[in-house]
Design a protein around this ligand. Structure first.
Ligand code: ATP
Ligand code: MG
Length: 219
């Protein structure tokens, strides 16, 4: 059974009398444990599709099934509930909290987990170790390199052990060498934790490191 399944999904934006069709009867299935890349030209709808999977962007019609259960999201709070402890998200520009140190930024991913303090400390520490940033735990984001920031963002997304990781251009702001490190890290975490991962990327090298590439056409 796929973790993420779209059946005949339709989505378009209407602004000022102009309609932008993102998908028309679009089918998608991502199996558990897969590391999938989504590629396609700028504006073809990659971020919109990721946001529909995350329950952030409403779907016009069709069926969205997550882990065998139909997803029905009507309000923003339905979306929050749907994502909680199930979906981790990382973005191109890290979106770290500057007033929090590395430890606190990762721990943030467990605020809604319902776990006790001791388990939260344990899991956060374990995550920092597996990302190779335990020695940076007291540093603040403005003192970190791009690659280090992205490790923290990955930690925050994965510390609650979500079934699904969504990443929108996670290496877009990094140089080639740091990008290769982050891709290797994502691959390692995919193997070790069996977390299903969907990564939007412009970069063929990043995509070639994934187990499957989905290319979206421009409508
Ligand atoms: N909220 C919105 N309202 C109206 N149009 C939108 C909205 N969000 C996105 N679009 C349009 O939908 C299309 C797809 O946008 P999207 O951000 O999904 O593309 P993308 O493939 O992620 O592009 P990029 O590679 O540049 O990030 C674009 O034409 C965009 O202008
Ligand atoms: Mg985008």
């Amino acid at each position: 059974m796929p973790l993420v399944e779209f059946k005949k999904i339709c989505k378009s934006f209407k602004t000022g009398g102009k309609e932008t069709v993102i998908c028309d009867n679009y089918d998608l299935a991502v199996e558990k444990g897969e590391l999938v890349a989504i590629m396609g030209k700028s504006g073809c709808g990659k971020t919109t599709i990721l946001n529909m999977i995350a329950g952030i962007e409403p779907i016009d019609s069709g069926e969205y099934i997550f882990d065998g259960v139909p997803v029905k999201i009507r309000t923003a709070s339905d979306g929050v509930k749907f994502r909680r402890n199930k979906i981790g998200i990382i973005l191109q520009h890290f979106a770290l909290i500057n007033d929090y140190n590395v430890y606190e930024n990762v721990e943030l991913g467990l605020w809604e987990s319902g776990l006790g303090e001791k388990e939260i400390r344990h899991r956060t520490h374990e995550m920092l170790e597996s990302l190779g940033i335990a020695d940076l735990r007291d540093k603040y984001p403005n003192k970190l390199s791009g690659g280090e920031k992205q490790r923290v963002a990955i930690g925050r997304a994965l510390v609650c052990r979500p079934a699904l990781l969504l990443a929108d251009e996670p290496t877009g702001a990094l140089d080639a060498e740091t990008e290769a490190e982050i891709v290797a890290l994502i691959k390692k975490l995919n193997k070790e934790t069996n977390t299903t991962m969907i990564i939007v990327t412009h970069d063929k090298e990043v995509a070639d490191n994934c187990s499957r590439i989905i290319t979206l056409d421009k409508h």
